[in-house]
Design a protein around this ligand. Structure first.
Ligand SMILES: N[C@@H](CCC(=O)N[C@@H](CS)C(=O)NCC(=O)O)C(=O)O
Length: 221
């Protein structure tokens, strides 16, 4: 039975999970949970995800929520398929975990504040908070300075191989760069810019984008 990914395909967190599955060549079914229609707060969905968010996955009888826990699970389950996304030694794994924490704790909340105010509210006809957006842009610019230093030393965040540390950044960064007009934020950070060009042109990520645009419910490699 194919893995089921519950979520709205345009949302950042389900995209993180779909990207991991595509990197690993794992087929999946997307079960639409329309967060704009508040389907994620319906009692039957909240039985699956007690915090009422997307994504949620079912892999046979095994069920899980939290996008980063889900990608860790699939990266471990399919360690012998596709790219190694977790690191091979305890030291490599620790570096991957370090950058996964940076992404979850420092980077994404700040990037999300930008996307929320400059994209998600405006497309719903609501005014974004410009002050909050400007403060978040300044903060993101500072957060990217250690990224630039790291990416001057290694090709990817956790070393010279693409891992979950890079993958988890991609969906929200795409919204920042492509939908909020902020590509310029990387202009004075040549290594971070080259990293973004590299990770955002990965064939698996492009397949995710085509899948989302197609409106399809099933992905098969
Ligand atoms: N930490 C959670 C965050 C999940 C999350 O914020 N999902 C968003 C979509 S990307 C959502 O469900 N938004 C609707 C809501 O929170 O009510 C994860 O990574 O899965």
């Amino acid at each position: 039975m194919a893995v089921k990914v519950y979520g709205k395909p345009q949302a950042v967190c389900p995209q993180r999970v779909m990207h991991c599955l595509v990197e690993k060549g794992v087929p999946f079914e997307l079960v639409l949970v329309d967060i704009d229609a508040m389907e994620h707060k319906r009692p039957e969905y909240m039985e699956k995800h007690p915090f009422g968010q997307v994504p949620f996955i079912a892999d046979g009888d095994f069920e899980l929520f939290e996008s980063r826990a889900i990608v860790r699970y699939f990266a471990a389950k399919y360690a012998d398929r596709g790219p190694n996304l977790l690191g091979r030694t305890p030291e490599e794994r620790a570096k991957v975990e370090q950058w996964l924490d940076v992404e979850a704790i420092n980077y994404s909340p700040c990037a999300f504040a930008i996307v929320f105010n400059l994209f998600l509210l405006p497309i719903r006809g609501l005014p974004g908070n410009k002050g909050e957006a400007v403060a978040a842009i300044e903060k993101l610019d500072k957060i990217l300075e250690p990224y630039e230093k790291q990416l001057a030393r290694t090709k990817y965040l956790a070393g010279d191989e693409f891992t979950l540390a890079d993958l988890t950044h991609i969906p929200v960064t795409r919204y920042v760069v492509e939908h909020c007009g902020l590509a310029y934020i990387l202009d004075d950070k040549p290594h971070a810019k080259a990293w973004w060009e590299d990770v955002s042109s990965r064939p698996a990520w492009k397949k995710v984008m085509s899948f989302v645009a197609s409106g399809a419910s099933f992905y098969a490699p």
